[in-house]
Structure formats: C-alpha cells, structure tokens
Design a binder for this molecule. Structure first.
Ligand code: FCB
Length: 402
C-alpha cells in the first residue's frame, strides 16, 4: 500500500484577520465596528499574532509539525489605493524567515476573505480593474516570496460567491446566533442559496491572472483553495445534486486545471434534496458551528478534487472541527486522516495536511466556535497547546497515523 510522501507537509493553518488583531484597514474591520454592526463579536486585538507569530510558529515546530499556512494581508500591504507599505511587506518577510528558521515550510495565502477597505468600498471584485489591482499587489509582495514553495491566491472563492448572494440575510441573523430559532433560519438561508455565478466567473479570471503573476515573479507553486461540502444526493434528486455540486464547487475545481496544485478544504457533508443542500438538522453530534460531524468529508473532497481538477497535486489546506472537547478533535482528525491515507493508497497525489486551525481564532463574527490545536487567553495572550497539537505532531514524526 502506497504511504505518504517523505516530504509530506504536516501543519496547521490560520488567516491574517482571524489571528493578527487590529486589521483596521480591512472591510471586515469596518463591518465589525459599524455602529449598527450585526456581528455579535469583533476581532479587536484577536490573538495579537501580528506580534506573537514567532511564538505561534515555535509551538507548532516544537510539537513536530513541518509546515504553517498563514496569509499576507492585502489591507496592511496596500492600506490606501496605490500606497504600498514596505514595512508591512518586511513584516511578512520576517514571518517567512521565522518559519524557515523553525523548520516550517511556509504556505502563504494572498487573499483570505478580507479586502482593503478602499477596494471593497469601490466595488471590490466587481471593479473592472480587479484582476489588475490584485496582480499589482502580488507583484509588490513577490520579493518576500522568493523562497516560498506554496502560494494560495484566493481562499475559498466559492464561499465568497455563496456569501455574496446571501450577505444581507446572513448578517441580519448572525446577531442572535445563540438563539436556536435564528440559528435554524441562518442554516436554512445558507442551505438553499445559489452561489453568485457571475462573481465566481470573475474570481476565476482574477485567479488566472494571479497564477500567471505568481509564476512570473516567484518560484512558488500557485493554486487556489476550494471549500467542499461533500454533497450527497438523496434518492431521485441526482440532477439537483449534479447542479448543486457544479455551482458550489465543481466549477471552482475545474477552474484549477493547469494550476500547480489545488487546496482542499473540507469539514462536513450535506445531503441534497429537490430544493438543494439540506440544512444540517439539529443533532447531538453537531459541532460548535452547527455542522454535522462528518470526518469522511475529507475523503470525498480529495477524490472529487482529484477527478475534477485534472489530476493536479492536492494539498489539504483546511480540515478540522469546532469543539470544546479536544478528545473529539483527535477522534475527528484520526478518522479524517484515515480517509486521506486511503485516498493516497488509491494513487491520489496528496502533498500535505494542514489542520484548521493552529489557534482558537476569530471565526468571522464569533469567538465561540473553537477550532484550535492551541487555546489562547484573550486578555494575557498566553498560548496553551491542547493535547491534539502533540497528537498531530506525533503523526508528523511517524509520517502517518500508524
Ligand atoms: C473556512 C475558512 C476559514 C475558517 C473555517 C472554519 O471556510 O476558510 O477561515 O473560518 O472555514
């Protein structure tokens, strides 16, 4: 049976806005801090990882991991239209250096949900020059990427397209997420949505240009990361399933053909009925995000990505579980890795596994869903590794589950 590669990446992921703190020039910051903000929690100081990144990385490396996925924040690098910050670029270069020094392969994301506020307020991705502007940002940061092997252009373009078509509903319901009725309404709104296909097509064009730019200005492998819901068809609804899979994720996997890799992100699985994806019904096993407990989703996602992105290398850029019971995190990840190893045994080229998340971070409006291998006291910023960190590090040292 084929095992994992010698150079398999074992690591964890974060995104800038969710951990850095005070990302004041980003559109999300503006949303969180608007007087009538519908978001229950703000990112605020977050985990202060902007200053404490070396400590974060040190914990991952000490546990035995050999990779760290983090992002460059466009809103810090170009805080005003056309004004590029050399100091911000130097900061991210120091992060890359620190990762190398600690024996962690950096996997760098260039855009993870947040946009510079000036860009968002002038049309965002719908601006006619969006691809040029993103390419110009990449050209500016390229010198900081010269020895980075893995670059993700856009994180979850498909979730951006889903979010774009339900933004108002989601925001209006988020404020009362602890109320089960609101939570059910939110799940229903998210479940029955169609992603904004025009935005998806725009993002695919932006991505093509970004891949060309990364290839022309760095030595990195370039790809984007696609969220997969591991949809399954209910009997008689195969056509709806095919359409849902195509518009939610197949289109984005297809658009990755010809890239150097595609990032696979999977957490849960959802059935599709005549009306589309079925919202997760309440169940005691549901995770803190309300998602069904489905570690097998990773196997489905890897197999679909392999088939639909044309057999390019796969990198698991996110997989994990929101839970306050760390034994459950280990159980979930054990099962998910079992599905990954089975996919590799079947000949699928998987280059690494990056767990979401390194730290309990800001989950887009809420602090409650804890995905981290490390918990953080948000007043003292003291980091406390959970047993799952040592457990994942032991997998890394062994080179697999067993
Ligand atoms: C993904 C996002 C990531 C995190 C996880 C739970 O959709 O890329 O930032 O919020 O979900």
């Amino acid at each position: 049976m084929a095992g994992l590669r010698e150079d398999f990446l074992w690591g964890a992921s974060t995104s800038p806005h969710q951990v850095e703190g005070n990302n004041v020039n980003a559109d999300w910051w503006a949303l969180e801090n608007a007087p009538d903000s519908p978001l229950p929690d703000r990112s605020g100081d977050a985990l202060d990882s902007y200053h404490r990144y070396a400590e974060d990385m040190g914990l991952l490396a000490a546990a035995g991991l050999n990779a760290y996925r983090f992002g460059f924040e466009w809103a810090r690098i170009e805080p005003a239209d056309g004004h590029f910050s050399l100091a911000a670029r130097d900061h991210y270069r120091r992060m890359v250096d620190t990762a190398h020094e600690l024996g962690l392969k950096p996997v760098v994301t260039l855009h993870h949900f947040t946009l510079p506020r000036w860009f968002a307020e002038t049309g965002g991705w719908k601006r006619p020059d969006a691809a040029d502007r993103f390419a110009r940002y990449i050209e500016f940061v390229a010198p900081a990427l010269h020895d980075v092997e893995w670059v993700c252009t856009i994180n979850e373009p498909n979730m951006l397209a889903v979010f774009a078509s339900v933004q108002d509903t989601v925001l209006s319901l988020m404020g009362a997420m602890d109320d089960p009725e609101q939570k059910a309404k939110l799940a229903a709104a998210l479940g029955r949505v169609s992603p904004d296909q025009a935005l998806g097509e725009t993002l695919a064009r932006v991505h093509r240009r970004a891949v060309e730019t990364v290839r022309a200005t760095t030595n990195a492998k370039a790809g984007w990361t696609v969220a997969q819901q591991a949809f399954t068809s209910t009997p008689g609804n195969e056509d709806v399933f095919a359409r849902v899979h195509r518009t939610w994720e197949g289109f984005y996997l297809d658009a990755a053909r010809g890239d150097d890799f595609v990032g696979v992100q999977a957490y849960t699985s959802q059935p599709v009925d005549a009306d589309g994806p079925v919202p997760h019904p309440a169940h005691p096993d549901n995770t803190l995000t309300g998602w069904a407990y489905r570690p097998d989703a990773l196997g489905t996602a890897l197999r679909r990505a392999w088939d639909e992105a044309g057999g390019i290398p796969l990198l698991v850029t996110e997989n994990g579980i929101a839970t306050d019971d760390d034994t459950r995190r280990i159980a979930y990840t054990t099962e998910a890795l079992g599905h990954l190893e089975a996919a590799v045994a079947d000949g699928i080229d998987v280059r690494g596994y990056l767990h979401w998340s390194a730290l309990d971070n800001y989950e887009w409006g809420r602090w409650a869903p804890t995905f981290g291998l490390i918990s953080v006291d948000r007043e003292t910023f003291v980091r406390t590794p959970k047993p799952s960190l040592a457990w994942l590090g032991a997998c890394a040292r062994r080179g697999g589950l067993t």
